[in-house]
Write a protein that binds this ligand. Structure first.
Ligand code: ZN
Ligand code: FE
Length: 256
């Protein structure tokens, strides 16, 4: 249960904008700023005043709208300490295991290096909601641009250790492409097959596939299934470590 209203919408081509608001206090946060105009439209439509802007990482498709939103709303901008030189208008920099208060709710900052070295994700501990940015996607994980596969693996493990009923919002709508890859390596996995069909239907009806839950990801996201003997076997890595299986999955997806 959550006292927050969460409003999610597509920005640019496949980025997600997401607003979290508390009607009682009037506080509203945006996770990332992919598109100022789109976010502003949604704020106006919902009659919300943007008070907080939380940034997961420095890529342009996550910071593009900061300047406009900061100027219009004078919101507090928070983002990763180690990317502060690449993210404009940061008021507060964040490091791992630090807590932010949002409308009386504790949010844990979790460092998830891999996609970028400074990438952070936001976990609403009480509500069990994770904003995963470009670290984890529905049935997928972020490309490893800056870190090593080992760093990404450790980051993904941190997410896998969250409560199983955690609701997960992601930075992009990549579900269909991810499901196609998952089914290619797991053609006879029933959970993955069912989910693939479900996603195809949702996409054809122009519906968002997100949010997801950790429970569903554990059963259908190959990047969280690195200890599954079936996956190890499929990849010809039956004697390999979890890290090696994860790394091979990441490499195969890069070349898919
Ligand atoms: Zn990114
Ligand atoms: Fe992105």
């Amino acid at each position: 249960m959550t006292k927050f209203e969460i409003h999610q919408f597509i920005c640019r081509t496949d980025n997600y904008g997401v607003l979290v608001s508390d009607a009682d206090t009037g506080l509203t946060m945006s996770v990332d700023a992919p598109d100022a105009k789109r976010i502003d439209e949604e704020l106006e439509k919902k009659k919300l005043n943007l008070t907080h802007l939380l940034i997961t990482h420095k890529h342009q498709d996550h910071i593009d709208g900061i300047e406009y939103l900061k100027n219009k709303y004078n919101c507090i901008v928070l983002g990763p300490e180690s990317e502060k030189d690449q993210i404009p208008h940061l008021d507060i920099t964040l490091i791992g295991d630090e807590y932010i208060d949002f409308s009386g709710s504790p949010i844990r900052v979790i460092e998830t290096p891999g996609h970028t070295l400074g990438h952070i994700v936001f976990f609403f501990e009480r509500e069990k909601i994770l904003f995963a940015g470009d670290t984890l996607f529905l049935m997928g994980c972020g490309r490893v641009f800056e870190g090593t596969h080992e760093q990404m693996f450790e980051s993904i493990k941190k997410i896998r250790d969250l409560p199983i009923d955690t609701v997960i919002y992601c930075g992009h709508e990549y579900s269909l492409a991810n499901a196609k890859f998952a089914i290619s390596i797991y053609p006879d996995n029933e959970n993955i097959g069912n989910r693939y069909e479900h996603i195809q239907k949702a996409v054809s009806e122009k519906k968002c596939c997100l949010p997801t839950t950790l429970e569903r990801e554990l059963r259908t996201n190959p990047f969280l299934m690195y200890d599954d003997p079936v996956l190890k076997n499929k990849l010809g890595k039956i004697k390999s470590t979890d890290l090696e299986v994860f790394s091979e999955t990441r490499t195969q997806k890069d070349n898919f």
